[in-house]
Design a protein around this ligand. Structure first.
Ligand SMILES: NC(=O)c1ccc[n+]([C@@H]2O[C@H](COP(=O)([O-])OP(=O)(O)OC[C@H]3O[C@@H](n4cnc5c(N)ncnc54)[C@H](OP(=O)(O)O)[C@@H]3O)[C@@H](O)[C@H]2O)c1
Length: 269
């Protein structure tokens, strides 16, 4: 069945290749990017293919939560229902690590923005809808000071903390919404996949990016994932896996969840 799928970070890497695959299957795609020229070119090229369904484009810099809010409003103006959100956009190495509000950009883009977008769009998500959150094999314990931008972090540490944080809110909301949905699934798409992020961070070409594409498509659409809410799929082992101990700790997950809500409130959106 054809679905309505919102995909963030569709302008490069795993997101771009996933957009191509989903477009070739005829799904309605709401493609997001921060670079208007890049996104418009992609939408134009995909729309020209014979099998493509409707493709919409949304521009938003996810490091600015006010922009994220406008992005969600734009989606809500055009849609009453979405079947899948793939929170794919992510950042690792960057010249400017601190946002104008004083937060680490890795937390804002990788953890807070997907949370805010998903929460705002939750009225459009029914029991069977899926939220696929991009996690990583790189995960490390999150201290609230770091998450609140009050501690300087290395690139590796900021990235790994932000990825555990998204994995934790994914599990928390999965448990909280178990009866009414949507389904929340955290996915490590595979390590060192050939993308801009991996090239910039590690200077290597990386492994076949389609490893990541196929797991995102499965997590979004396959019946195997319909009872996976709150789970973590580790594509390095091609299986659902036990989570980081902190993600299995309900109290810690709740603290992360509350801190994200507080931060978003503080930003007075
Ligand atoms: N590649 C891997 O081996 C690997 C492993 C584990 C997890 N992941 C995760 O998979 C996801 C995709 O990564 P990738 O490797 O495909 O990275 P990538 O090639 O760098 O692509 C990242 C995407 O996110 C977008 N993006 C970055 N910062 C943004 C911002 N501030 N606002 C809006 N969009 C922004 C980028 O836009 P631009 O095109 O404008 O740059 C691009 O579309 C990430 O969440 C990453 O953490 C990747």
């Amino acid at each position: 069945m054809l679905k309505i799928i919102l995909l963030t970070g569709a302008t490069d890497g795993i997101g771009l290749e996933t957009a191509k695959k989903l477009a070739s299957m005829g799904h309605t795609l709401l493609l997001h990017g921060r670079n208007e020229t890049k996104l418009n070119d992609i939408v134009k090229n995909l729309s020209a293919l014979p099998e493509t369904g409707i493709i919409e484009s949304y521009i938003c810099d996810l490091s600015n939560l006010n922009d994220v809010r406008s992005f969600a409003h734009q989606v809500m103006k055009r849609h009453q229902k979405i079947d899948v959100i793939i929170n794919n956009a992510g950042i690792y190495k960057t010249a400017n690590t601190i946002t104008s509000e004083g937060y680490d950009i890795r937390f804002v883009v990788n953890t807070f923005a997907p949370y805010l977008l998903t929460q705002m769009l939750s009225p459009l998500l029914d029991k069977e809808a899926r939220v696929v959150n991009l996690s990583s094999a790189a995960q490390s314990p999150v201290n609230l000071l770091a998450m609140e931008g009050k501690q300087e972090l290395s690139d590796d540490d900021a990235y790994a903390k932000s990825k555990l944080a998204i994995t934790m809110w994914s599990r928390y909301l999965g448990i909280m919404n178990k009866e009414m949905g949507p389904i929340f699934i955290a996915v490590n798409p595979g390590s060192f996949l050939a993308s801009k992020m991996v090239k910039d961070a590690f200077g290597v070409a990386g492994n076949d990016i389609n490893i990541g594409v196929s797991i995102l498509v499965r997590a979004a659409l396959d019946p195997d994932f319909s009872d996976a809410t709150g789970k973590y799929y580790d594509n390095d082992n091609a299986a659902f896996a036990s989570q980081h101990p902190d993600a299995l700790d309900n109290k810690k997950c709740e603290r992360i969840f509350k801190s994200i809500e507080l931060t978003i409130d503080k930003l007075n959106l």
